[in-house]
Design a protein around this ligand. Sequence first.
Ligand code: CP
Length: 313
Amino acid sequence: MSSSLGLKSLLGTESLTANQIQTILDTAFYFQKLQEEKKPLPQSMKNRTVILLFFEASTRTRSSFELAAKRLGGDTLVLTKEMSSTEKGETLYDTAKTIQAMAPDVLVLRHPSAGSPNFLDQILKIPVVNAGDGFHEHPTQALLDLMTIKESRGDVRGLKVLIVGDIAHSRVARSNIYALKTMGAEVSVCGPPTLLPPQADRLGVKVFYDFEKAVKEQDVVMMLRIQIERMNRGQLPSRGEYARFYGMSSRILKLCKPEVIVMHPGPVNRGVEISPEVADGSRSLILNQVSNGVVMRMALLHLLTGGEPKVPS
Ligand code: CP
């Protein structure tokens, strides 16, 4: 099955064209407008079931997919690693084939192994949506981030966007770099050398190690979650030292353009990668990102199950 996007599944942003991204954004803004005006939403998921197979923890992605499917009239079924027969040794292949035998319409997968959504896409007939696979990609996060930037700044083309933190291990960074560049943004990354991928410039981004220098000309500063578990492996100094050199604080915000927007995919380590004052302050779009996650996932479910592209009226 190929959707109106010309895609069976959403596995990443790397191979999405600007036209496909624009169609997804337009459809998400259409759903946002209907919600804001309290108009009825198309019930395009009626009599359809979305399976949410989450083998890693999630608050935002899982709950927003569930709300998105339900608001469009669909059913959902959540299966976590702990609740499934994976605990008894069943393989991902057998779990996926078993689920498919119950005739769902979409499978959303979060999994610690990079490439697992691509593997399921090859063996299943239904659309597979990557909800985050290892260090690889988190495409729905990047698309809702694009939507949030576009909503705030009108367009993405020509904007300077800085992504800060653990770039090497971040699926959010990777998906955002691909999508932002496709839509014409100028992307830079910044972090300690131990957390930047070797030859990061091959991703087509500018590389900074000095955060104070990097923030000055940026239109958007996107902070990443620091994976505290890595601190024990010597890849990071202490939390305090990380916060001092790479944390977004009121002091750093004063070095930025006055109209800068600050983003974070969540969950946030307050006081480490971002201070509470900035996270809750007027330049932060963190909760807008969460709200846009619901309409973005509505748009993706709608489009991947054969719904027509929409534009806000
Ligand atoms: N941003 C994000 O993926 O958050 P969750 O892990 O809570 O889904």
